[in-house]
Ligand binder design. Structure first.
Ligand code: ZN
Length: 139
């Protein structure tokens, strides 16, 4: 996009779930605010915090390739893995989303060799239109 080189950007690996992508939820802008950037590229897959499971290795490789493309194209300052509770793509108890999103952020840092921070965030469920963004760590 015209002018992007002057902007501070992030790349987010998040879930495809429609509830996160409603206007009311405003996930893109809220992640930008949380990360201190002006724009966020999104890669959306079902259950991003489950991508490091062995049975999803081909999906993981695809996601890493897509993140690498955006790192090369947009020079982001930060990466983020944004998981959420009540996720059909990775249906685990709430507490496991926190451990799994941390593991995925760590694996993403290792797989991409990204020099900046790789953050882990869980969207905590309040209702289909109300999600609280909870930072759980960074690598
Ligand atoms: Zn999901």
């Amino acid at each position: 996009m015209w002018g992007w080189k002057h902007k501070k950007l992030a790349v987010a690996l998040t879930c495809a779930d429609w509830r996160l992508h409603q206007h009311k939820v405003d996930l893109n802008r809220r992640l930008a605010t949380l990360l201190g950037v002006e724009g966020v590229d999104f890669i959306a897959v079902p259950g991003p915090d489950g991508l490091t499971r062995p049975e999803r290795s081909s999906e993981w490789q695809t996601a890493v390739s897509q993140v690498n493309l955006l790192i090369a194209a947009h020079a982001p300052r930060v990466l983020v893995v944004a998981a959420h509770q009540r996720c059909a793509g990775h249906p685990v108890p709430d507490v496991e989303h926190e451990t799994d999103v941390l593991a995925t952020a760590k694996a993403l840092k290792a797989a991409t060799g990204f020099f900046g921070p790789v953050c882990a965030v869980v969207a905590v469920y309040h209702s289909d239109t109300r999600w609280e963004l909870k930072p759980v760590g960074q690598f």
